[in-house]
Design a binder for this molecule. Structure first.
Ligand SMILES: Nc1nc2c(ncn2[C@@H]2O[C@H](COP(=O)(O)OP(=O)(O)OP(=O)(O)O)[C@@H](O)[C@H]2O)c(=O)[nH]1
Length: 350
């Protein structure tokens, strides 16, 4: 039976960062990695670096609901390949319920091939107490089934706040082990350590959600698909963007936008990708890979509250393609004529 580790945690909590850290650590097993992006274009798969095994991308939906069958198929194909991985790590999308992802391994063809060893849930410690009320249910679901809870982004959080987050989580979810990290730096041994028992379907029957997914009826799937709760929109553009303007636009995103990320074709660094992340109110950018033979293209994905209208953002992003430099001072109409009159008066006097 192939051991499976499921990484979950809300949008931007640091799952991909943890995955990258994990894959950079020396490991002897062949690790198969599956990355699920909720957005309509795949970004996460390309953000995973240093993979020694195989990385498969599942995008365009959430593996816990709309594309759950795809997950089963992809894992089955991977395990039936000539050189199958010895271990699987699945990065669930930030909006997914890890229980549903785990349940995929208790039904159909995967039932006798895999065992779900560890469920890891990441928390963005900095923004934990600002979690929008309509998202606390999802967060609870992610925490409830976790064997390991990672309080990530500890570098952005004063120690008193971190203690408060830790105390609250420990009292609400006493079963899990809790670890504080920065940049997802969890030791491999901890991630792959067998918990006291593997995940069992009974764990899915938690008090938070009464309508559980039963083992026998895999299609008896009651929870609301995330496409009904979240809105996703992507922006692609071949023209280079003004990075300063883009930073400005991304810094002022509506609070209904929970997450943005992607690759930018920037005017000032035309030869390399610029990787942008917005998580909470924080905008991060870093220089990524050279475009090489690929045609440079900006690909940004946004995840927001259902019903959010992206029209204004679309206009703002399109304006970032303009080569015109922004001026902070716009001369009022008639200013030139006035200046000319003023100058001639000065000339006449002196
Ligand atoms: N300062 C700081 N930044 C972090 C830390 N962990 C992750 N980040 C940054 O947070 C942003 C989001 O990190 P990701 O790893 O992409 O988050 P994610 O959970 O995979 O995001 P989704 O897949 O969209 O849900 C990136 O800009 C990371 O560099 C941390 O511990 N400290």
């Amino acid at each position: 039976m192939i051991p499976v580790t499921i990484l979950s945690g809300f949008l931007g909590s640091g799952k991909t960062t943890l995955l990258n850290h994990l894959l950079k650590q020396p490991h002897e097993e062949r690790i198969g990695v599956l990355v699920n992006d909720f957005g309509s274009i795949d970004i996460d798969g390309d953000l995973v670096v240093g993979v020694t095994g195989e990385t498969l991308k599942l995008s365009g939906g959430c593996i816990c609901c709309t594309i759950r069958d795809d997950l089963e198929q992809v894992v089955f194909d991977l395990l039936s390949s000539e050189d199958p991985p010895q271990r699987l790590v699945i990065e669930a999308s930030g909006v997914s319920d890890p229980t549903s992802v785990a349940m995929t391994f208790f039904v159909g063809r995967l039932k006798n091939l895999c065992r779900v060893e560890t469920l890891v849930t990441l928390i963005d410690s900095e923004t934990f107490f600002q979690t929008p009320v309509n998202l606390t249910h999802l967060l609870e679901r992610q925490l409830y089934v976790a064997d390991l809870i990672v309080l990530n982004k500890s570098d952005l959080c004063p120690s008193e706040k971190l203690d408060a987050v830790s105390t609250l989580i420990r009292s609400e979810f006493p079963r899990a082990r809790i670890i504080r990290t920065r940049h997802g730096e969890v030791p491999l041994e901890l991630l792959f350590e067998r918990s006291e028992s593997d995940f069992s379907p009974e764990q899915a029957q938690d008090p938070i959600e009464s309508h559980v997914h039963t083992v026998h009826d895999h299609h008896h799937h009651h929870h609301t698909p995330h496409t009904l709760i979240f809105e996703t929109w992507s922006f692609t553009c071949d023209h280079p963007l003004d990075r300063e303007r883009l930073f400005d636009v991304l810094s002022r995103l509506s609070s209904q936008v929970y997450r943005a990320k992607g690759f930018v074709h920037a005017q000032d660094v035309p030869s390399r990708e610029i990787v942008f992340h917005v998580a909470g109110k924080r905008v991060n950018q870093s220089i990524g890979n050279p475009w090489g033979a690929r045609a440079p293209q900006t690909r940004l994905v946004f995840i927001a509250e259902k019903g959010h209208c992206f029209d204004e953002l679309k206009d703002q992003l399109q304006e970032c393609t303009s080569l015109k430099k922004r001026t902070t001072f716009e001369k009022p109409a008639g200013a030139d004529a006035w200046l000319e009159r003023f100058a001639s008066r000065v000339r006449a006097r002196y």
